[in-house]
Design a protein around this ligand. Structure first.
Ligand code: OGA
Ligand code: NI
Length: 341
C-alpha cells in the first residue's frame, strides 16, 4: 500500500489493519473534556510589561498559550492554509516525487512518523516539512505546486519567524535575561511542518500523531477549524478548541532547559476526525547542533549542559521520545519540581 495517505482513493471506508492500535493504546470512544482556559494573549496590549508577564505566567502554568493581534495578516494565514490544502489535494505523482524518510533532506513529504519503515502501527498522518531560514538558501527546494507555494509560504516563513523572535524576547526579558539571549545559534534553524490528516472512518481506533513533547526551542501552530489537538493535563487528555485566527504557542523542551525547569513543555497528541480532513501548519525554531543548551540562571541546575546535537541523537535513539531523551541530561537537583502532569 502506498505510504502517503493523501494519495489514497477517497473516501476510506475502513481503517486498514496497519493503522489500528492495540486495544490498550486506542483513544477510545468517550468524549474528552475541553481545555477552555488556555491563555489568550493580545500582543497589541498597550502595556508591554503586561504582555511579558502573561507570556511568562502561561509558559510556567500551562506550557501552551494562544496569541492574537500577532501582526500576521489574516489574509496571509488564510492564503498559506489554502496553499497547503492545495498541495495535499494536488497530483499524487508530484507528492510521491517528494517522498523521503531521510531526515537530512531539506524538503520532503513522509507519512506517520520518522519510523514509518520500522514501526508496528502507523499514525493517520502525512507531513510536509522543509527548512525556511535563511530563505534564499532553501526556497529553491520547496514545492512548486500549487504555483504560488514559494511566494506565499516565503512571506509566511518570514512573518512567523518574526513572531517567534518577539515571543522569545519577551520570555527572556521576563526571566531577567537580555532580550536577544536566544538569538543567533539558538534559533538558527527554522522548519515548517504541515500535518495533513484525511477523514478517518473510525477515530476511536487510531491517532493522527503520537503522544509527544516538542523537542525544539519553540513552536507556533496555525490550526484549521477541525479539532484534533489534545494536551495531557493532570493525567487527563483534554481537547484544545481550534482557533484559526490565533497562533498556538508551544514552548519546546529546550526552553524548559534554558529556563531551568520553570517553563512547561506540554505532552500533546492528535486525534483523527471522521467527517473532515484536517491540516495544521507548525513552524519550529531549532538550535544549531553545536550550541550548548544549559539553564540560564544561577540556581542549582536541573539540567547539565549539552549540545543540541547530543540531545538530538539521544532523541532519535529514544524512539523520538523527547522527554526520555531529556532525562539523560537531568541532574538530581529539584527533579521533583518537574512533574506538572
Ligand atoms: C507538532 C504538533 C499538532 C497539530 O507538529 O509537533 O504537535 O495539531 N502538531 O498538528
Ligand atoms: Ni507537537
Amino acid at each position: 500500500m502506498e505510504a502517503l495517505m493523501s494519495n489514497w482513493l477517497n473516501p476510506v471506508e475502513t481503517v486498514p489493519e496497519k493503522y489500528i492500535f492495540p486495544a490498550d493504546k486506542r483513544p477510545g470512544s468517550h468524549a474528552f473534556p475541553v481545555m477552555h482556559d488556555i491563555p489568550l494573549i493580545d500582543l497589541q496590549n498597550p502595556n508591554p510589561q503586561h504582555i511579558t508577564q502573561q507570556i511568562i505566567d502561561a509558559s510556567q502554568r500551562f506550557g501552551i498559550f494562544q496569541v492574537i493581534n500577532h501582526g500576521i495578516p489574516a489574509s496571509l494565514m488564510e492564503e498559506t492554509m489554502a496553499v497547503m490544502k492545495g498541495f495535499f489535494a494536488g497530483p499524487a505523482e508530484y507528492k510521491a516525487s517528494l517522498y523521503s524518510t531521510d531526515i537530512a533532506k531539506i524538503c520532503r513529504i513522509y507519512s506517520s512518523t520518522l519510523n514509518y519503515d520500522s514501526e508496528d502501527v502507523h499514525y493517520w498522518r502525512d507531513n510536509l516539512t522543509h527548512h525556511c531560514h535563511p530563505l534564499q538558501d532553501h526556497i529553491h527546494l520547496w514545492p512548486q505546486h500549487p504555483p504560488t507555494y514559494r511566494q506565499v509560504v516565503g512571506a509566511y516563513a518570514v512573518e512567523t519567524r518574526k513572531l517567534m523572535v518577539r515571543i522569545l524576547e519577551a520570555m527572556c526579558e521576563g526571566l531577567g535575561l537580555k532580550p536577544d539571549y536566544l538569538e543567533g545559534e539558538m534559533t538558527k534553524t527554522q522548519l515548517i511542518s504541515v500535518n495533513h490528516h484525511i477523514p478517518c472512518p473510525d477515530p476511536t481506533l487510531t491517532l493522527g500523531m503520537p503522544q509527544h513533547t516538542d523537542p525544539n526551542l519553540i513552536t507556533v501552530l496555525q490550526q484549521c477549524s477541525v479539532p484534533g489537538l489534545q494536551v495531557l493535563r493532570h493525567r487527563q487528555w483534554m481537547d484544545v478548541p481550534p482557533n484559526p485566527a490565533a497562533f498556538l504557542v508551544v514552548p519546546g523542551l529546550q526552553l524548559k532547559v534554558m529556563s531551568n525547569g520553570k517553563f512547561w513543555s506540554p505532552i500533546h497528541r492528535v486525534m483523527t476526525h471522521r467527517g473532515e480532513a484536517r491540516t495544521t501548519i507548525g513552524t519550529f525554531l531549532i538550535p544549531s547542533n553545536e550550541i550548548v543548551i544549559e539553564p540560564a540562571d544561577d540556581r542549582p541546575a536541573v539540567y547539565r549542559g549539552f549540545t543540541y546535537g547530543e540531545f538530538f541523537s539521544c532523541f532519535t535513539r529514544s524512539n523520538c521520545d523527547a522527554d526520555t531523551a531529556l532525562a539523560f541530561f537531568q541532574t538530581n537537583s529539584e527533579s521533583t519540581s518537574l512533574s506538572h502532569v
